[in-house]
Design a protein around this ligand. Structure first.
Ligand code: OGA
Ligand code: MN
Length: 281
């Protein structure tokens, strides 16, 4: 097997060919894919028809899998289901249903699970059913942005902590958790500047769940987080993935943000299954 790596943008992202990730992969190829993941932040694989069992065994090569939060339709399993298809009936969910409002927050730039105590290393999303138009996923690099910050600002950011809160971020799109749901999801604090333990490269952990800088006044805190986000999401720093059925994309939740884009949920079906790997240092 010979892996082929083709960069997707000048700064991050790569298309990986020459490998069937559904079969048992030789250790040296896994090591190469892991290294490519650390270096490129987003890896795209095409023509990899996945079922849940295969996706789990592939994902476990990256580390332990998270269990999904109670508010996701696939709660308690290893899957976060991004879909307009009802998990029980197989019918499409009405566009104004609470479950679709919940997913609308995916359209805000975010990294997965930053609101959890244990951060995520990466997410793995497989396209099971895709609409013929719309529903692309976009990515930006919080590492490329960090590299370009002025030295004085880099110094100021070092040592800062950010509070990440799912209740806060869902509220941005008008979604309110019940008290019972909210109580099950306390916020979490993480270092703003993240250092990749393998490459030593730095990035900033921001995005929709980032509620505030710990200990800072609210307006100053908001201004810094908004400024960093604005710099990160400039168009020359982005990759847009137009999904085809059987694509599998892995992204590094420590060094990229991502967001969903709209599709016509009244007309088309979309089913994406996500596994999320924990970051254990
Ligand atoms: C996710 C996510 C975006 C999409 O799975 O974490 O944000 O386009 N998905 O479905
Ligand atoms: Mn996400």
């Amino acid at each position: 097997m010979s892996l082929k790596i083709k960069p997707l943008t000048a700064r991050f992202g790569a298309l990986v060919g020459g490998v069937d990730i559904r079969s048992t992969i030789a250790d040296d190829s896994i090591a190469q894919i892991r290294a490519d993941f650390e270096n490129h932040s987003v890896l795209v694989f095409t023509d990899q028809p996945m079922d849940d069992a295969r996706q789990i065994s592939w994902s476990e090569q990256f580390g332990p899998l998270e269990r999904t939060v109670p508010s996701n339709p696939a709660a308690g399993s290893a899957f976060a289901r991004q879909s307009n298809i009802d998990i029980k009936t197989g019918e499409t969910i009405p566009v104004n249903d609470r479950r679709m409002l919940y997913q609308k927050a995916n359209m805000l730039w975010h990294a997965d699970s930053t609101f959890k105590e244990t951060q995520s290393l990466c997410s793995i999303l497989s396209a099971r059913e895709v609409p013929p138009v719309g529903g692309a996923t976009e990515f930006v690099s919080t590492r490329a942005v960090y590299d370009e910050l002025p030295a004085a600002l880099k110094q100021e950011l070092e040592g800062l902590e950010v509070e990440h809160d799912l209740v806060y971020s869902r509220r941005i799109v008008g979604f309110e958790f019940t008290e019972v749901e909210a109580a099950a999801m306390p916020s979490a604090r993480h270092r703003l500047v993240q250092t990749n333990p393998i490459t030593g490269r730095k990035s900033v952990l921001i995005g929709a769940h980032a509620k505030c800088i710990v200990g800072w006044p609210e307006n100053r805190s908001r201004e810094l987080l908004d400024d960093l986000l604005a710099q990160t999401t400039s168009s020359e720093n982005s990759y847009r993935h137009e999904w085809r059925t059987n694509d599998v994309v892995i992204w590094d939740n420590r060094s990229v943000l991502h967001r969903a884009t709209p599709y016509d949920g009244a007309k088309y079906r979309r089913l994406m299954q996500r596994t999320t790997v924990s970051f254990v240092e």
